[in-house]
Unconditional design. Structure first.
Ligand code: 0XW
Ligand code: MG
Length: 377
């Protein structure tokens, strides 16, 4: 049963917004910036029957993402009041109301949208994975990031992760001389076992010339190239000049752009972030499109805790293994759980679907996030 078909007499009576710091406990270097202390934003939606839904959005760094954690909370100070009295189980009405209240700001809207999916699941006693439809895998492949470092450090980290059962590595690159990136790519590829899949992700960190040069000089090494340049125009321009599959992340912002990049044979896969497109309601048709066109995709986000991780794993569980690029979670880097029992965690290269009940499958105790920064009723 899809969430669109249910219409309960539910209406939002309160929305609470929390700020929750998730500092990086281990070095996490990307081309534009290193992750320090991102402050996640948690949304708590309560309806007239006392059902509670949780949503979350957390940017890793202000340089790497379009929104900042501060701007997300400012946007929620506009969206929150506009949703009081609205039916949280009517996802089209929720997204329409948010669209009328505020242009853009998909990340803030995503936190609200995810909270509604969690709430609907609790009302219907169904998991968000079931609501998203499709065949469900109880555990989802994940991947682990190897941050920008020296070739020795990067290959040592790659060996350490593979010993832990990780079979998919995302090596960060960019933001330095390409010779250094090439040395790290060679060192890490030598350290990867037969079955390990390697992605190289610059988070928009190369020019067109650098991207084509690195791909030429590493053409004999098997890896995918993720978002080597910032814009789709640049990615279209280099497509015929690179020797590696092209994965699009930051510039895959909406279903029109995504379908265009597939039909023009530019994108070989996507690094999809739930908050970038506005939530699970927007991700569902993107998932359907990728499955229909046999286009591999990941389902995760930039940073954050158990709530956004559970949303990524829920969606990831509905993607067939042959098309699943994995659901990345930030827990290994900040080691914080909102639900210490059911919070998503990596076991032998996979993340199990949280089993704490309906919705996102999490049990979040009162007071977990302290006092709300904003309250609307
Ligand atoms: C690896 N991620 C999913 C998390 C980081 O924030 C960046 C992102 C990516 O793929 O770019
Ligand atoms: Mg990426």
């Amino acid at each position: 049963m899809s969430p669109d078909m249910i219409k309960t007499k539910s209406s939002i009576v309160e929305i609470r917004i929390y700020k929750f710091p998730l500092p990086a406990k281990s070095l996490y270097n990307m081309s534009s910036s290193a992750v320090q202390t991102p402050e996640s934003t948690i949304v708590e939606i309560i309806d007239n029957e006392g059902t509670i839904g949780y949503g979350e959005a957390c940017m890793a760094t202000s340089e790497a993402q379009r929104s900042t954690n501060e701007s997300i909370r400012v946007s929620l100070s506009i969206l929150g009041p506009s949703l009081i009295g609205v039916n949280p189980t009517d996802l089209s009405l929720i997204n329409e109301t948010m669209g009328n209240a505020l242009l853009g700001e998909q990340e803030a809207k995503a936190a609200i949208d995810i909270a509604c999916w969690d709430l609907i699941g609790k009302k219907l006693n169904m998991s968000v994975a079931e609501l998203l439809g499709g065949n469900i895998n109880r555990e989802v492949l994940t991947y682990h990031v190897v941050g920008i470092a020296s070739p020795e450090e990067a290959s040592a980290e790659a060996r350490r992760l593979q010993k832990m059962g990780i079979t998919r590595l995302q090596l960060k690159a960019g933001g330095r001389r390409i010779e250094a990136d090439i040395s790290s790519i060679k060192a890490v590829s030598k350290a990867t076992d037969e079955e390990t899949v390697l992605d190289v992700d610059t988070n928009c960190g190369w020019t067109q010339t650098e991207a084509t040069e690195v791909s030429k000089l590493t053409s004999g090494i098997d890896f995918s190239l993720e978002q080597p340049c910032r814009t789709n125009e640049e990615l279209i321009a280099i497509k015929s000049k690179i020797f590696h599959p092209l994965i699009i992340d930051e510039s895959a912002t909406d279903i029109k752009t995504i379908s265009d990049l597939v039909y023009r044979k530019i994108a070989d896969g996507f690094g999809m972030k739930i908050t970038r497109v506005g939530g699970l309601s927007a991700m569902r048709p993107i998932r359907d499109f990728c499955l229909k066109t046999a286009t591999p995709m990941s389902s995760d986000d930039a940073w954050g805790g158990d709530i956004i991780a559970a949303a990524g794993v829920a969606l990831g569980s509905t993607i067939p293994r042959n098309l699943n690029r994995g659901a990345w979670i930030a827990h290994p880097y900040h080691r914080v759980h909102y639900d210490s029992v059911n919070g998503p965690r990596i076991e032998n290269g996979y993340v199990k679907l949280p089993n704490g009940g309906p919705g996102l499958g999490l049990i979040i105790k009162k007071g977990t996030f302290g006092d709300p920064e904003q309250c609307y009723e």
